[in-house]
Design a binder for this molecule. Structure first.
Ligand code: NAD
Length: 253
């Protein structure tokens, strides 16, 4: 098992990519702090893990609230004894409109969840990792963090910033044996994508990818497992796309 004796705190683990990753990490031996602002979905992921023979605890925390970020780290230490892996996956897609139409409240909320929440989780987990001279951080950006798309300026800005933040942590904390990497999902079939497009996904979500299919949460989970495990113990500061090849360029006919 690739994560035996590890404790992983995963935010947004009540749904989509976070849930898929929590289930896989647990199968690989990690004890999981399942964090989500939606208490019921966090409890459901934890139940799925324990039912499959794993160890998990559900923690309700809203990453937009600084005290919650601190509390989720403390609760993880209190209940599971450590944090070896911090997987900052929770995010909000924000408003779909052009930049001048975004309200102050909407812009702040997207930044507070996607960027500040990611930073706060690291702020509180890093001292614990430094003490133990061991830690692996995985932050979730997006293709929108590499290239702008119209209609999602706040989300796009937050996801660009997550990459810079991750790389800053990688260079500052490498000497403490703490790694920090960024994963970039392409189109992944989750509730977030259905909120954006409705129940029927557009043909382009399949055809945009050279591999000609939409991704599943398990596709991201398997790449995430590699990045947080010792298999990647010389990998830090990297930007790892899991996008069916979309970022490589325009697909052929
Ligand atoms: N699905 C995609 O195509 C796609 C593409 C690129 C990037 N991403 C990124 O992947 C990550 C996971 O997305 P997903 O598609 O699984 O989304 P999702 O909406 O299915 O799951 C996100 C989870 O995060 C939780 N969450 C949202 N705001 C929170 C907050 N303030 N505090 C705590 N929890 C909060 C939600 O309750 C939900 O359970 C996100 O960072 C997203 O930006 C997704």
């Amino acid at each position: 098992m690739k994560l035996a004796d590890r404790v992983a705190l995963i935010t947004g683990a009540g749904s989509g990519i976070g849930r898929g990753s929590a289930l896989l990490f647990a199968k690989e031996g990690a004890r999981i702090a399942v964090v989500d602002m939606d208490e019921q979905s966090a409890a459901e992921t934890a139940r799925m893990i324990t039912q499959a023979g794993g160890i998990a605890t559900a923690i309700r925390a809203d990453l937009a609230i600084p005290d919650d970020a601190q509390r989720m780290v403390e609760a993880t230490i209190g209940r599971l004894g450590a944090i070896d892996i911090l997987y900052n996956n929770a995010a909000t897609e924000g408003p779909i409109c052009f930049a001048a139409q975004i309200t102050l409240e909407q812009f702040d909320y997207v930044m507070n969840v996607n960027l500040r929440g990611t930073w706060l989780a690291m702020k509180y987990a890093l001292p614990i990792m430094m003490e133990r001279r061991r830690g692996s951080i995985l932050n979730v950006s997006s293709l929108a963090g590499l290239r702008a798309t119209p209609g999602g300026a706040a989300y796009c800005a937050s996801k660009f910033a997550v990459i810079g933040l991750t790389q800053a942590i990688a260079i500052e904390y490498g000497k403490y044996n703490i790694r920090a990497n960024c994963i970039i999902p392409g189109w992944i079939e989750t509730p977030m994508v259905h909120r954006l497009f409705g129940p029927a996904l557009p043909e382009s979500s399949v055809t945009a990818a050279p591999l000609r299919r939409i991704g599943q949460p398990e596709d991201v989970a398997r790449a995430a497992l590699f990045l947080v495990s010792d298999d990647a113990d010389y990998v830090t500061g990297t930007i790892f796309t899991v996008d069916g090849g979309i970022n490589a360029g325009d697909r052929g006919p």
